[in-house]
Design a protein around this ligand. Sequence first.
Ligand SMILES: [Zn+2]
Ligand SMILES: [Zn+2]
Length: 312
Amino acid sequence: MRRVGVHTSIAGGLHRSVERAHALGCTTLQIFSHNPRGWFVKSISREEAALFESKKTLFDVSPVYIHTSYLINMASRNNDLKKKSIDMLIVEMDRADAIGADYVILHPGSASGDDEYVSRSRAVNALNEVAAMGQWNAGLLIENTAGDKGAISSTIENLSDIINGVKGSLIKGICIDTCHAFAAGHEIRNDKGIKKYSNNIEKYIGLDNVKLIHLNDSKGGFGSGVDRHEHIGFGKIGSKGLFQFIHYPTFRDIPLILETPKKKKSDDSHNLRIIRKMIRYMDSKVTVRNFRTVVQKIALNNNCSLKCIVCS
Ligand SMILES: [Zn+2]
Ligand SMILES: [Zn+2]
């Protein structure tokens, strides 16, 4: 069964995230292992780590993904920020190993006014500094970004340049964010576009190296460079496009993590319900062509209060 989860809060202790994920019926999860907007990081006690691991085993929540701090910019030309970013990434890797997390997700950084190529090389150098500092059980995944100003990692070729530039076994693959791919101008709303995207991954990265999909709809339009996530089916990609994407053979078995907005308490469960329905229909070998019938069937069987395009 395909693993599905949401980015989950650690408020009240790291282990609470696993309890929250389980309560939502999730079988995988992503967390920030600390406040992602501050440089101060409190260390994880042995008891805390053991509690997290025991809940993880009890509820069979796996893989566990840690999303790195927002403050990290491996491409920064400011030496102080670069050093802090390197140190912080090491902290993130250490914390992942402390709680038995499988992967750490990184947005490699942004060019901040410099040439994109120069900035990407700087990020590669900084990542090599991290790689030289230790070895971790957890693997680092590089995430594609939305192609906004200064982006150095919005195409598959960019990700490949970063992966190939970093020595050793620090990087274990990539995380594909559907909102970012779409905003960066990759047509993932139809089979033809998805095939092209998948072929690119095969050519530059290798299909086995896709370790996670961040499944998000997009508030911003196609090629807008705007990184704003939307509820599944409410955005510019739409439920049909996302359905086709997760249904495509390359992406069919890869765990899905939602990073959709959390404005109301019911938001996560609603988005999860739609995804589970998509997967169920997928498992019954529904073809893209009869997806309209699928949408109608979902509508008939649902009492969604949000009146989204899938449920209403
Ligand atoms: Zn993402
Ligand atoms: Zn994003």
